[in-house]
Design a protein around this ligand. Sequence first.
Ligand code: ADP
Ligand code: MG
Length: 401
Amino acid sequence: MTKKTVRDINVSGKRVLVRVDFNVPLENGRITDDTRIRESLPTIKYLMEKKAKVILCSHLGRPKGPSDELRMAPVAGSLSHLLGAPVKTAHDCIGSEAERAVEGLRSGDILLLENLRFHPEEEQNDPDFARALASLADVFVNDAFGTAHRAHASTVGVTHYLPSVAGFLMEKELEFLDKALNNPVSPFAAIMGGAKISDKIPVLEYLLGRVDSFLIGGGMAATFLKAKHFPIGQSLVEEERLEFAADIIQRARQKETPFLLPVDLVIAKSSSPTSEFKTVLIDEVPEDWRIMDIGPKTVALFQNELRRCKTVIWNGPMGVFEFSTFAHGTRAIAQILADLDAITVVGGGSTAEAVVSMGLASRMTHVSTGGGASLRFMEGKPLPGVEALLDRRAPPVREGV
Ligand code: ADP
Ligand code: MG
């Protein structure tokens, strides 16, 4: 890790502002998945043990100004329960209310500020807002990997005013993704799927030349199949990406990188959970049907390739996994990865959601908590929230050695 972490600074007795990703799914004010809160516990517990005054901040949902449905109170309740310690709250994240709450903190206390996005200045990376937020603390810790790809006031703005380091979740995410992508144990395979090829072009580009094989499923397979002149019926195809699809297949061939496409498919009359469906070979898709999942022969083909791999990165579900009829391909791939003796890294919001919902997250080496951020990382692009943190000092050059 080239960035300083919370281990590298003295936090004892200090006011420490921690950007966490508490953007949890809510239903009628109830948290339906507390993974993100759990993932932030190591940093919070460490700071409590070191007797810091812990000031947590996060966004929640997409509010347009203050909204009672998107207050942080349920998150504070959940966090307090998980920590077995009280968590104070404030009715705002800046200004006199927040300042008073911070003044009341003793060493080891925890305060959760109100939803950052009640202020539009947060997403605008407004310098005055960032300064007001930074003025609450002596040190800044960014543990919100999930928002590291966005330059907002609480991820980049505050770093102009405070010494800024990474938290443990941020460190873990960066280390696993970096090792898998940039220093993989080979053979290294990439499984790619999801809705659209256009979302994944930079990822495919970055991985070409790094991976030893590509395995393609999901909606984007349709564009590749069409580029190879297979019938794809009513499947969503990105006509303007056909050229790219043909080109990347060609470039993979030049590099002798296997580029595995489905050999059979589950197709449906309509995109609905109750639609009529059947399994066909790739040259048998009727004009009025559409591709919904990969078929069992494709799963076997992929399994055969994955069996020899030592590192696998997976982004994009193999089918419309939200409908159980079309979740078999995604489930099968998740199970294969779970059983594989290899480094397995899952990135992307929907893919992580699928793996978690199938109860297989703990069987993977790493499931990224940051959908967009992990995708950006897989594109080989810098994350502004990470770039803004303090660099670890380069080791001194020793002369005469
Ligand atoms: P991630 O968030 O993991 O990066 P994407 O956002 O690219 O993944 O894609 C996820 C979506 O892709 C899911 O909602 C899933 O229903 C959809 N999808 C997968 N396969 C197909 C398909 N054959 N046709 C249409 N949509 C698909
Ligand atoms: Mg997605």
